[in-house]
Design a protein around this ligand. Structure first.
Ligand code: PHE
Length: 459
């Protein structure tokens, strides 16, 4: 039985919490980076297609598995398969993924917190473009500073998770998500008023398909998965706290719409800003929001210094909040396991996961500095964790969940979950079932095989 404390109190709260997990650095930092380096509008179109055809169905799949499991994600797969013990191991995916993803995500989240702090104390004013580059490189490769900020992010996250489903996760999302929207709209307004904003719009909305190749397609799929937080079992974990009267399909579509909207609006903040200064290019990569943008804020508003101050501060606060609502869901994935299975109290479970993530996060942070040369499979810790999460677990996890729900679970159970035991209509049910049975597994397999070079002989 679900105890009331362990259920999101309202439908809106549930949507906001799931949207909070989805909306994060993936939208405001990774999306512009990927769009910039993959050529702009054509990438966005493919990304949106992946969102609709793969992202949303996998999200709904996670919702169904989690809610059916009720409270305990670890046994959700076993329960939904009608007690087949062979599927029990799938319940470990969220446990492992939570550690991996939070450890490196918190590093970048820490950078954003440090930049928010710098913005607050007016640390950007009077800096030259070279200063921004040098400062970022010096900061991110330092052995202590970024580790300190990463730890603060994890401590904040831990505090919220320890407060529980309603008082922590739901309340956090209810406060931060609306604020995040207001910040974004203010920044979009300012950015569109900049000189040359139209060039940024062209980059975002006029596709050039000559730039599309297989790696652009894989990146678009990876971005869609990462942005929606699907494939790791994160949304399964949240769906355990969903009420029985929530329309899973409708909620999935709402969350995906909010997520895509925030990504596009972030593009509307960032690219007009980049183009407002001659000579800057949108393909700066991961440093786009830490080097290019503070530089832009300083240069375009340079003579109205309070505007530069305000714009930078709001922008980095936005990043921090987006990061927090996501890191909460990451910590919850692993903490829920210890809380439910080892019967530890929620705060203790959260603290244990936090301590391990701080340690792993330190290694990830050092891979930008002291441990640059420490590599595994040719990658530093940070890149390795990102690769394992975004390019391996997310697509493979997503594919397995589709196969599980499409082929292993009794159709009656699936149908009952989608229609809330026949009390609501689910007009997209057959399309959805077709996608999770055939389209999604095949599509993910083909993209994967292509990336591994299995079709090389055809060329
Ligand atoms: N979707 C989040 C973002 O866009 C990242 C995330 C991935 C959150 C996996 C939870 C799980 O930043």
């Amino acid at each position: 039985m679900k105890t009331n404390k362990n259920v999101f109190a309202s439908k809106v709260g549930a949507i906001l919490a799931a949207a909070g997990s989805a909306v994060g650095l993936g939208n405001v930092w990774r999306f512009p980076t990927e769009t910039g380096t993959n050529g702009g509008a054509a990438f966005i179109l493919i990304y949106v297609l992946f969102m609709l055809l793969l992202g949303v169905p996998i999200m709904v799949t996670e919702f169904a598995i989690g809610r059916h499991g009720g409270e305990d994600v670890t046994h959700a797969f076993e329960k939904m398969s009608g007690g087949q013990r062979g599927w029990r191991w799938m319940g470990l995916i969220p446990l492992v993924s939570g550690f991996l993803v939070l450890s490196y995500y918190a590093v970048v989240a820490g950078w954003t917190l440090y930049y928010a702090y710098e913005a607050l104390i007016g640390g950007f004013s009077g800096k030259s473009p070279e200063d921004f580059t040098n400062d970022f490189v010096a900061f991110s490769s330092d052995s202590l500073q970024p580790v300190f900020w990463m730890m603060i992010i994890i401590i904040l996250t831990c505090g919220i998770v320890a407060l529980g489903v309603q008082k922590g996760i739901e309340r956090g999302a209810r406060i931060m998500m609306p604020l995040l929207f207001v910040f974004i709209l203010v920044l979009v307004g300012c950015s569109l008023a900049l000189p040359n904003a139209s060039k940024g719009l062209t980059f975002l909305f006029q596709p050039d398909f000559s730039k599309v190749n297989s790696s652009v397609i894989l990146s678009a799929m990876g971005q869609a998965f990462f942005s929606l937080s699907v494939g790791l079992g994160c949304l399964c974990t949240y769906a355990c706290y969903f009420r029985k009267d929530i329309d899973l399909m409708k909620d999935g579509l709402s969350v995906a719409s909010i997520d895509t909207l925030v990504a596009l609006l972030s593009g509307l903040i960032i690219f007009p800003a980049v183009y407002s200064i001659q000579g800057l290019q949108p393909d700066a990569g991961p440093s786009l929001v830490f080097i290019t943008l503070p530089n832009v804020f300083q240069q375009v508003f340079g003579n109205i210094s309070w505007l530069a101050y305000l714009f930078s501060l709001i922008f980095y606060l936005l990043l921090v909040m987006a990061a927090l609502t996501s890191s909460i869901s990451m910590l919850e994935m692993s903490a829920a396991y210890f809380h439910k299975n080892l019967h530890l109290s929620r705060p203790l479970a959260a603290v244990i996961v936090s301590v391990v993530c701080m340690l792993l996060g330190t290694f990830c942070s050092w891979s930008f500095g002291d441990w640059k040369d420490v590599t595994l499979f040719g990658m530093g810790f940070f890149d390795l964790f990102d690769y394992i999460v975004a390019k391996l677990i997310m697509p493979i996890g997503g594919m397995l969940m589709c196969i599980f729900l499409g082929w292993v679970v009794d159709e009656k159970v699936l149908c009952a979950e989608m229609t809330n035991n026949g009390t609501i209509k689910s007009p997209l049910y057959s399309t959805y079932r077709f996608i999770i049975r055939y389209f999604a597994p095949l599509c993910i397999f083909l993209i994967f095989a292509n990336e591994l070079g299995l079709f090389g002989f055809l060329k």
